[in-house]
Design a protein around this ligand. Structure first.
Ligand code: SF4
Length: 404
């Protein structure tokens, strides 16, 4: 996989996201028209009696003043025209409940690539054509392909089998390695069982494996900053199990039993928060004199860009909803990043989670999704917030540059 391929994947993800956004906008507008409901008085007046109104919410802390198109009945339209300039300013200062969507959000190129590989493998093995079941060859995936229950459920429905141990896979079967990657020991064990491997390891994770292999040639002890139970960290540490120590936080650095003058080399899990990594790096610099690390942080561009976007979003919203599974590292980090400035962030992994919270006190809600969360889930949540909780969708996204 070349850098060009990664860029191509990335462009594909961006195109898909723009398409989904346009669809969401037009579907929402059509739905409003079909319902014939006025945005202001909430009366059902019929599609013919509705006109388009351009609402311009005032973005706190700067940002775009481009607004949202909403349906308005003739009655409300005429009342609005009677409003004094002061009333109109008050309307702008205290806009209706709005929902802002972070950009970028959702699938990264690594996740999109892994899912595409899984679907292609399923298609090639006869799972998406009406052949008799016995003619379809099973495809096994070691662990979750990405940490999201919606993606796993969808691929399971398409015929993929998810297993936790290689021993649960019949010899000679096809196995897919997830985007988080695996250790060399797992590759050797898979080869011993004659398993045919489809490797969906994200190239950014593969890069961290290559760094560890490079550091093994030196005499340094390798420190891997990350969550020791996360599959990505288990795979990376497995490149040099007797030379690698996993640390999760600055306190664990204090407890390291290594002399200060001993050289260390540092690698990082790709989906960590920048603040967390900085704190551990500071502790390592205080403790050790010789530290080797890659020229750029191992936190991948997708994690970084989504964290930058949610940081900006949190400044403009009363509360940020992060869509993602509880075991998704990057979704958890998005929630932490949103809370950094003292704001509120809530992780939502199922539609039922929405009903467990009271959204009434929030005037401006931000919404983002982790790198493994499907766009369809975001659509579902947005629709529920607009229809059941009466938020207006603020289409103009909070934008940060992607791919930097
Ligand atoms: S979050 Fe980063 S490392 Fe993980 S799959 Fe996506 S691009 Fe790859």
């Amino acid at each position: 996989m070349t850098w060009f391929d990664i860029q191509k994947d990335d462009a594909h993800v961006k195109r898909e996201r723009a398409k989904a956004r346009d669809l969401r906008q037009s579907a929402w507008w059509q739905q409003q028209c079909q319902a014939g409901v006025c945005h202001y008085c909430k009366q059902t007046v019929g599609a013919d009696a509705l006109t388009m109104d351009h609402v311009v919410p005032v973005a706190r802390g700067g940002g775009s003043t481009k607004g949202n198109i909403v349906p308005c009945c003739n009655d409300c339209n005429s009342k609005k025209s009677l409003k004094t300039p002061a009333e109109q300013i008050l309307d702008q200062l205290f806009p209706k409940k709005t929902l802002r969507i972070a950009d970028p959000h959702g699938f990264c190129s690594g996740v999109a690539r892994a899912i595409r590989m899984a679907e292609s493998a399923l298609t090639a093995c006869g799972h998406s054509c009406p052949r008799p079941a016995q003619q379809s060859e099973h495809i096994y995936c070691l662990n979750e392909i990405v940490h999201n229950q919606h993606v796993v459920a969808q691929l399971t429905a398409q015929g993929m089998k998810f297993v936790r141990r290689l021993e649960d896979i019949p010899e000679g079967a096809r196995i897919l390695f997830s985007a988080h990657g695996v250790s060399p020991a797992v590759r050797v064990a898979a080869a011993r069982r004659g398993l045919r491997v489809i490797d969906a390891t994200c190239p950014f994770v593969e890069k961290v494996h290559a760094e560890v292999r490079r550091f093994v040639a030196t005499e340094a002890t390798i420190i891997c900053i990350g969550h020791r139970n996360h599959e990505e960290v288990i795979g990376v540490a497995g490149e040099a199990p007797d030379r690698t120590i996993v640390v999760e936080n600055a306190q664990e650095v204090e407890a390291l039993d290594i002399p200060p003058e001993h050289p260390i080399a540092v690698v990082t899990q790709t989906t960590l928060g920048a603040t967390q990594v900085d704190a551990v790096m500071d502790a390592l610099r205080k403790r050790f004199t010789t530290i080797a690390s890659p020229p750029h942080s191992d936190i991948c561009y997708a994690t970084r860009d989504r964290q930058n976007a949610v940081r900006e979003l949190a400044k403009r919203c009363d509360c940020v909803i992060v869509l993602g599974s509880a075991n998704s590292s990057n979704s958890q980090r998005l929630a932490e990043t949103a809370r950094e400035g003292g704001g509120t962030a809530i992780l939502i992994s199922e539609m039922t989670d929405l009903d467990r919270h009271d959204w009434a006190p929030f005037r401006t809600l931000g919404i983002t999704s982790g790198a493994s969360t499907p766009e369809a889930f975001l659509d579902e949540v947005v629709e529920a917030l607009v229809t059941r909780f009466h938020f207006s969708l603020f289409i103009e996204p909070v934008h940060t540059v992607e791919g930097t």
